[in-house]
Design a protein around this ligand. Structure first.
Ligand code: ACO
Length: 378
């Protein structure tokens, strides 16, 4: 085997063969199992899309009903998980609470039977069903309230919004939230998916796979950017400040949050759909001044950075959508995780089907034959 050159960030190096999703970064095209994201966003639901990603094809009517039913009746979390979460510090970040809680699920289902389709299905249902409940439970408990039980009369997204706000959500808000989950469900070999596949390749349990991916998603260069976008819009404050803010970032060589992508060199197709969803929400629930700032930012960044292929990514408009729904900023990334668990589980299954443990190499650039210096001489 020839020795490859070192590529920081493994840029352009295939880490797996996958049939789950496809991106053409020059054309701004995203497909899940061959179906364009625009089609899924307008016609599918999150649970149907999750099924498509995880089992490789669209479910028929009976299969979809069975999956929805199983997920609906596994939404409750164990009292012992809830009690554990109660002892988390209220000031802790909800992503850390989610990572710990997802990992803790593995304590209850430690039997690992990775060749058994029933074990695989149970784990998929349990993770898809309980991750939203964990996010909502932490949100209520950190405010000093008891978590509220899932509402069996509500579908997946409406139930999550209900568990967060203790009120039945507006139907438009629920549908838009569901579309947001579809948009965030999967995206080829990104950092958290890579993390999930590396963990999966050791044949550990799926709860550890999801917990490691949640930890990876939290960083500001990945899923955490959506939070930073809102902080940035607040800091900019008004449309007139946009240009000086961007020029300041470029002078300091600071990254502008919500812009740029390793793969997309045009506007991320998910950002286009999210922008449309944001406009639908503003039309129904009132305008948001941060949207004007965002539009101006998109214009100025395009003027300055289009030559480098820097355009809005998925995180740029998602925060405006969630913000208009009254969702706290630090829940944006956990919501990303609620969606992305579908993609991680699809990659977990794909990795198991043709597993070889990840064990890359490195380019060593340290010392050799170095002397051990006794502590008193250092
Ligand atoms: N603002 C300003 N300049 C940028 C930005 C940005 N957001 N993104 C990239 N650039 C510039 C870089 O300065 C660099 O310029 P140079 O060649 O003159 O040095 C060039 O574009 C390439 O940038 P890299 O950092 O090498 O690109 P990379 O592929 O490593 O990083 C990343 C991609 C991490 C997404 C980057 O664009 C970034 O930090 N964006 C802001 C954070 C963000 O929005 N993350 C969410 C990504 S989507 C997601 O993970 C769900």
């Amino acid at each position: 085997m020839s020795v490859c050159e070192f590529r920081p960030g493994l840029e352009g190096i295939p880490a797996a063969q996958s049939s789950i999703s496809f991106v053409d970064g020059q054309k701004g095209l995203l497909e899940y199992r061959g179906i364009r994201i625009e089609e899924l966003a307008s016609k599918s639901t999150f649970l149907e899309t999750a099924y498509l990603l995880i089992w490789g094809q669209l479910p028929d009517f009976e299969e979809l009903k069975a999956f929805e039913h199983e997920v609906r009746y596994h939404r409750r979390i164990k009292y012992r998980i809830r009690d554990m979460m109660k002892s988390f510090p209220e000031s802790g970040h909800p992503m850390d609470a989610l990572q710990a809680s997802a990992a803790a699920l593995g304590l209850f289902y430690s039997r690992r039977d990775l060749h058994n389709p029933v074990y695989i299905r149970d784990a998929v249902v349990r993770l898809v069903a309980t991750i939203p409940t964990m996010v909502a439970a932490f949100q209520l408990m950190r405010k000093g309230n008891d978590p509220i039980r899932p509402n069996d009369g509500l579908d997946y997204s409406a139930n999550f919004l209900y568990m967060l706000s203790e009120e039945e959500p507006d139907p438009l808000a629920s549908r838009i939230f569901d579309v947001c989950l579809i948009l965030h469900a999967e995206h080829t070999m990104n950092a958290s998916t890579f993390s999930a596949r590396v963990t999966a390749s050791t044949l550990t349990d799926p709860y550890a796979v999801v917990a490691s991916a949640v930890g990876t998603l939290g960083g500001p260069l990945h899923g955490g950017a959506n939070e930073e976008v809102i902080q940035m819009l607040e800091e900019i404050g008004c449309v007139e400040n946009v240009r000086p803010y961007i020029e300041g970032c470029l002078e300091r060589k600071a990254k502008i949050m919500g812009f740029g992508h390793r793969v997309y060199k045009v506007k991320d197709p998910r950002a286009t759909i999210l922008q449309d969803l944001a406009e639908q929400l503003f039309a129904k629930f009132g305008h948001d001044k941060y949207y004007d700032i965002a539009l101006e930012m998109e214009k100025v960044v395009e003027e300055k950075l289009a030559n480098k292929g820097i355009y809005p990514n998925v995180d740029f408009y998602s925060g405006l959508v969630y913000g208009k729904m009254g969702i706290p900023t630090d829940l944006f990334t956990p919501i990303f995780a609620i969606a992305r668990v579908a993609g991680w589980l699809a990659h977990w299954k794909e990795q198991l089907a043709e597993n070889r443990i990840f064990r890359p190499t490195q380019v060593y650039n340290g010392l050799h034959e170095a002397a051990y210096i006794p502590i008193e001489q250092r």
